[in-house]
Design a protein around this ligand. Sequence first.
Ligand SMILES: Cc1ncc(C[n+]2csc(CCOP(=O)(O)OP(=O)(O)O)c2C)c(N)n1
Ligand SMILES: [Mg+2]
Length: 782
Amino acid sequence: MLKPATTDIESLRVIEERLRWLSAWTIHHANHIRKNADGLKVGGHQASCASMTAIMAALYFHALGENDRVAVKPHAGPVLHAIHYLLGSQSLEALQNFRGLGGAQSYPSRTKDKIPVDFSTGSVGLGVAITLFASLVQDYLTAHGRMDEADRGRFVALIGDAELDEGNIYEAIIEGAKHDVRNLWWIVDYNRQSLDATSADRMFERFDEIFRSCGWRVVELRYGKTLQAALDSSPKLKAWFERLSNAELSALHYQGGAAWRTRIAADVGKPAATFLKQHDDAALAALFSDLGGHCIDSLVEAFDAADDDVPTLFIAWTIKGYGLPFAGHKDNHAGLMNPTQMAAWRDAMAVAEGREWEPLESVGDNVRPGVEAVLERSRIARDKRGRAFGSVPVPPIPAPVGDEQSTQAAFGRILLDLSKAGGELAERIVTTSPDVTVSTNLGAWVNQRGLFRRSEIADIFANEKIASAQKWSATNKGQHIELGIAESNLFLMLAAAGLAGDLFGERLFPIGTLYDPFIARGLDALNYACYQDARFLLVATPSGITLGPEGGAHQSINPPLIALGQPGLRHYEPAYADELAAMMAEAFRLIDDPAGESTYLRLSTRGIAQVERSDDGWREGALAGGYWLREPGADAEAAIVAMGAVMPEALAAWAELEPDIPGLGLLAVTSPDLLHRGWTAAHAGRWHGQRQASHVETLLSALAPGAGLVTIADAAPAALSWLGGVLGQRVAPLGVEKFGQTGTLADLYAVYRLDGAAITEAVAEILLRNGATFPESLTSSA
Ligand SMILES: Cc1ncc(C[n+]2csc(CCOP(=O)(O)OP(=O)(O)O)c2C)c(N)n1
Ligand SMILES: [Mg+2]
């Protein structure tokens, strides 16, 4: 790369100051100028922005290529908006409406912001790690011939130093080391401050070691050019400076020139006398502020030097609140400048009052053409890319044949059949699992399609002719990405692969498997994936207490409730293999539908007798959240409402009770999530004049008004008990509220009241309270 012209460095300095000003002004405007209708704090992080403006100026206006993608530290969101404002891709209205409805978002958001945001951020640590998985997806796509090598980009994460405490970052770099990831730049804004205070001393040395041992190059940008020269000429001063603790250093940055002088005179003494004489207080403050992360020269030089694909961690020393009155103050995280301070800064920049939003106000004619040229050059590289959707046909997915099947085994079978049949969808499926590939039934698919690795890994066991059902060789054409046991990585992998259409213009159909209880381990990363509108299929199995003797700590209760509250993720819980096949086809369709979403399938290892179907009528209902497996009679007083693996108990109870309770219905719920969504949407729709009943209202209105529902699921009872609220029907909820006990299925179902006896008792109770007369047989068992 050519060394940048001196004028470019000058221009970048001007741009840096503009970014610092515009980001601070955007926050100031939202807090101090815009009308505050509700008295709530608006907030924003002027100090966190100022810390990064030089880094971001050097990056966005010098180093980034058009295929590069960036995750910006959440609290530097206003800087990203300022960058796009300078480039002409962000509107004044959005800045003036910062943190308001429809305005620039508090933290960069792929889906809510109108500017190109490559990765959403907000929950610290996740935006960092997703860049690593995005880079892995890029390697996958190039290896599979879906992307040209020449179109490859670099993935950049702009990281707060306290953010480096998030463990998910280390899970990611360990996984990255296994996969030999590349094309990553992680740039730490090392301002030595977190939210609460100054951060622990000498941590960067630790980070340094951790990253190096994972194969990263670590580049430390401690000093700017001027400070470096000053300290190099005075070893004693340098030694003193480098002994300062984080808190001492921050305090000095805050206190300013006079304080530097007093401390240096006291601590270094005579050897620093000439140095002190040569610098007045202002010069001292400016000199010690010349840390690497604020020196455009040093940044540009370091970025230019890292022109290979080795993953690189830059540790750029900075000052939190650089150039602002509260620079270095330990409490400055959410600090806001007051109107007097802002006015003083505006005057110092010679920006006229009322012209604060003018992008290049007061930039002199001597530098303006240079600045404009740099802006123009950077524009193309930051354009928003279209999303790739709707091009992959989903073939019909037949249900696996078998009188008795578990949904988990059926899932493996369906994938195997898809693989054997081949075609566009099968070619674009990429599976991934955190060391539970075999135990979640992905094995047959992997045998067919192989593991993905950039460099080949031989299957030693197969080569040695040691008998094994599972092939385990990897090539760069494999379609399964095996992860270590770190569920957070699984979700970030799904997030990155689920954004392949957006990031690379190539749609992938990512399928991730894990045990249902361990969703909770990676939950924030799952939420993060959904928030960005990444599209994938999550298959969680086994689930509930139905895994029987294997149970204990592996039992899951609340994931259906999690799914009920998780936007962007559709929960399906099939009982039968044909339902599962329909749901998988729907999940693939939803991945490729602009208005679609991700799907979570909660499956089971329990083999159950499949039901006879007389027609296909169940299918539409199953995909909409539920259908009558046994239609209720007219004016039925009660229904059993069951979900998933406990369907045999529900069917048996229905068969036993139905002769005595004519018209008893059995509702198979396949998605409480969809039923609930439909219900609330219908409510909201009525306020807008729409009269259409939701699917759940239609289903339940087949019963008599005031009928009772016995709900049952191998999950928290609340997953279904809310159904009583739809039409005001009475509910007897059955489900699991405690976990941890192993046993046979019969034992566990009896203890946790998921068996036929529990259903019979619950039906009796419902009818009793309805004041109905009911058969003797029920009261005796109640
Ligand atoms: C997972 C998560 N936990 C807590 C927070 C709240 N939080 C926001 S910023 C921050 C500290 C950030 O410090 P640092 O990463 O050093 O960024 P700086 O503002 O100093 O640049 C915290 C704790 C968050 N956003 N995400
Ligand atoms: Mg910090």
